[in-house]
Design a protein around this ligand. Structure first.
Ligand SMILES: NC(=O)c1ccc[n+]([C@@H]2O[C@H](COP(=O)([O-])OP(=O)(O)OC[C@H]3O[C@@H](n4cnc5c(N)ncnc54)[C@H](O)[C@@H]3O)[C@@H](O)[C@H]2O)c1
Ligand SMILES: O=C(O)C[C@H](O)C(=O)O
Ligand SMILES: [Mg+2]
Length: 631
């Protein structure tokens, strides 16, 4: 449109708008949409997609301070005129690419930059960068997401795991500006009213936590809010959900973390956690408030402590569009990684012997998803369960301590005679006895995969598969360097938080080798799963949808990736991966009869692609500039 203006300098605003609208709708071209620049072939281009953003009457200063509309130094001359911005911004007019280049330089200047400082103060360094990005998001969402999507591999560990965890630990003193919504135990009876305060009418995805188990860092109370915010940043960057349609939520029912209760700067309710029926009544009221104001929104439960995670999921899964990311998202991501690893090693899932350390919400979620997949591949329920040995802080889970087990653990308790004698056995004893082909870590305890454990496994198995999935990095059950060293590179390894490539001298090869790494993190699943659910407006989230999501993710791993040892796609490909997952999920919802929306031509790929928000500036006009008649 700006080109058109340049070509017809005298044209009125109304004429330019109209000519632009007509020309776009009839020919094959690239054009600017709500979300940015896309290809399309003429006759199908619709008015909806080419409309500029029309906003209600506002002053230039208000637009400039609204992160959804602010363009910083990228407002065009015409926009400066029509939005009342003349004199309020510097004279330069940047493209978004120029802005990204500038902001990227400033990003690197945030925190310490020297190698020495990085070693000494890595946590502070990355937290400073995290804060830098958060403040960018607070002032310009489009630019924030442009930077994120264009450098996702570098940015993901800063806005998400592991840095977000360190930021949550200090959130009360790092607090700058509120984002999302807070509901507290004191708000009982008022939640329907409070949710009306959210300033937007359309919400696609709500990510909610009660802060009771933030990554492996324990109860962080209200300081856990960074997790829903980080997850939703990935929903936008990786899943193409519109930023203004995302709602992060904290349910603050208190904290049992005494350190926080004693901290004069703590920002949450200063009480111990509300428990029992009252807790569930609060959650019921919250879920009702969400579904009455946003009836089609997907609710993602995040970082709820065991057993609440499971109880809440069971309570709502058949009546709300919701899922638990730590149980189901993690389950799907682990399954996908294992399917890829087994493809790499030419092995079969139904013959795997799996030792899982950690039998909390994540461990159980993962084991349930894998056993479900084994059943889909022909095993009976019992045959599938027999492939698992679960170890928790009290050692191997067996029928001997049935009375002490949580509901979800009971099916996985071993009852066969050699295992019964191993009740409570340590991980090393279990690995020695079972000789597993797969070792999973979801314990939240760093360093549990010791040299003895890993070497014992590698002695018995040609192609050991080890996923140390606990977050953040310092709680990983082992490091990448250790595991490659201890197995002389024979292992297929993935970790919940990212590790860089490992270069080491290989005694068996007699030379230096470099191992590429994979991140086994639910970030590969939830953006695509959520996008598919939102696209289909699915009424519920089924195991079948999660299974196809996992399979589709495994299919996204190329032969070349497998060859170099990767079992997840590259993070730089995550948007394309999310689209493919979303298509599979939405099509499954449609087949299973739980989709409230579907494309007439059944072309889910086109439908979802067009839905995906892209971080580009759309032309802004005020509502009093809307075209009302024909030209
Ligand atoms: N990579 C991912 O995508 C992903 C997703 C979800 C959770 N996680 C991680 O998984 C971890 C666990 O999460 P959760 O929600 O299941 O927590 P949880 O507290 O519910 O469960 C932890 C489990 O580990 C066991 N455990 C504790 N100490 C142990 C020890 N010394 N030896 C053996 N077992 C021990 C506990 O008994 C419990 O069964 C966290 O670190 C979390 O960040 C990773
Ligand atoms: O947040 C993550 O990085 C993964 C997962 O949801 C977790 O709780 O650790
Ligand atoms: Mg989580």
């Amino acid at each position: 449109m700006e080109l058109l203006r340049a070509a017809r300098p005298g044209a009125s605003e109304r004429l330019v708008q109209a000519v632009w609208t007509c020309s776009v709708s009839t020919s094959h071209r690239r054009y600017t949409t709500f979300g940015g620049t896309r290809e399309d072939s003429g006759p199908k281009a619709t008015l909806r997609r080419i409309k500029p953003v029309v906003i209600p009457e506002r002053t230039g200063a208000e637009i400039q301070h609204d992160p959804f509309y602010n363009k910083g130094t990228a407002f065009s001359e015409r926009e400066k005129d029509r939005l009342g911005l003349r004199g309020l911004v510097p004279p330069v007019i940047n493209t978004i690419e120029q802005q990204v280049a500038r902001i990227y330089r400033a990003f690197h200047a945030a925190g310490h930059t020297s190698e020495e400082d990085k070693e000494r103060g890595r946590e502070e360094d990355v937290v400073a960068k995290h804060l830098f990005l958060m403040s960018l998001q607070d002032r310009n969402e489009t630019l924030f997401f442009k930077l994120l999507t264009s450098r996702i591999e570098e940015m993901a560990p800063i806005i998400y795991t592991p840095t977000v965890g360190y930021a949550c630990q200090n959130a009360s003193t790092l607090f700058r500006r509120a984002r999302g919504m807070y509901f507290t135990a004191a708000d009982r009876g008022d939640m329907h009213a409070i949710i009306q305060n959210w300033p937007r009418n359309d919400v696609d995805v709500v990510v909610v936590t009660d802060g009771s188990r933030i990554l492996g860092l324990g109860d962080l109370g209200v300081q856990g809010m960074g997790i829903p915010i980080g997850k939703l940043a990935l929903y936008v960057a990786a899943g193409g959900i519109e930023p203004s349609r995302c709602l992060p939520v904290m349910i603050d029912v208190g904290t049992n973390n005494q350190k926080l209760l004693d901290d004069p700067f703590y920002m949450g309710l200063r009480q111990r956690r509300t428990e029992g029926p009252e807790y569930f009544e609060l959650m019921d009221e919250f879920m009702q408030a969400v579904s009455s104001r946003f009836p089609r929104a997907l609710v993602q439960f995040e970082d709820f402590k065991t057993p609440k995670a499971e109880q809440l999921l069971n309570r709502y899964r058949n009546i709300h569009t919701c899922f638990n990311d730590d149980m189901q998202g993690t389950g799907a991501v682990a399954l996908a990684g294992l399917l890829a690893a087994l493809r790499r090693n030419g092995e079969d899932l139904t013959r795997a012997k799996i030792v899982c350390v950690g039998a909390g919400s994540a461990g159980l979620g993962v084991c349930n998803m894998i056993s479900d997949a084994m059943e889909r591949q022909g095993l009976s329920r019992q045959e599938a369960l027999n492939r698992f040995w679960l170890v928790d802080e009290n050692g191997l889970l067996t029928a001997r301590r049935m009375d002490k087990l949580a509901q979800g653990q009971i099916p996985f308790a071993r009852y066969d005679s050699p295992s019964l004698d191993l009740d409570g056995a340590s991980l090393k004893e279990v690995v020695d006895g079972v000789q597993p082909t797969i070792l999973l870590g979801l314990s939240g305890v760093g360093g549990l995969f010791t040299e003895e454990v890993v070497k014992s496994m590698a002695t018995h198995v040609e192609h050991p598969v080890i996923f140390a999935m606990s977050n953040p990095t310092n709680l990983s059950e082992c490091t990448a360097e250790q595991v490659f060293e201890w197995t002389d590179g024979r292992v297929t390894f993935a970790s919940g938080s990212p590790f860089g490539p490992v270069t080491r001298h290989s005694p068996s090869k007699g030379q230096e080798v470099t191992h590429q790494l994979s991140q086994a993190n639910n970030m590969y699943i939830f953006p695509g799963l959520g996008l598919g659910i939102v696209a289909a407006q699915a009424t519920t989230v089924t195991d079948h949808m999660l299974y196809v999501a996992a399979r589709r993710l495994a299919d996204c791993v190329s032969e070349e990736d497998l060859r170099i040892g990767k079992v997840f796609p590259r993070i730089s490909e995550i948007r394309e991966v999310s689209l493919r997952i979303a298509v599979a999920v939405a099509a499954t919802a449609q087949e299973d009869g739980i989709a409230r929306r579907s494309p007439q031509d059944r072309d889910w790929t086109r439908f979802i692609k067009e839905m995906m928000w892209v971080p580009e500036y759309a032309p802004i006009i005020k509502s009093n500039a809307r075209i009302t008649g024909s030209v």
